[in-house]
Design a protein around this ligand. Sequence first.
Ligand SMILES: [Zn+2]
Length: 57
Amino acid sequence: MTDQEWEAQNGPLSPSEAVTRGLCWCCTGNGKLYSAFGGQQIVTPCPEKCDNGKARP
Ligand SMILES: [Zn+2]
């Protein structure tokens, strides 16, 4: 999998679209973030500590 394909797993939603749908702006509903740098493809838990991708009230 290329880095581009890896990061595409974050989904197509923009932060504002995610908020409109009641999802976390940061991970756009995934609850985790896919990122790639330095040749490594990593998954990190959402730093916003959201409720599994849902926005906290
Ligand atoms: Zn989140």
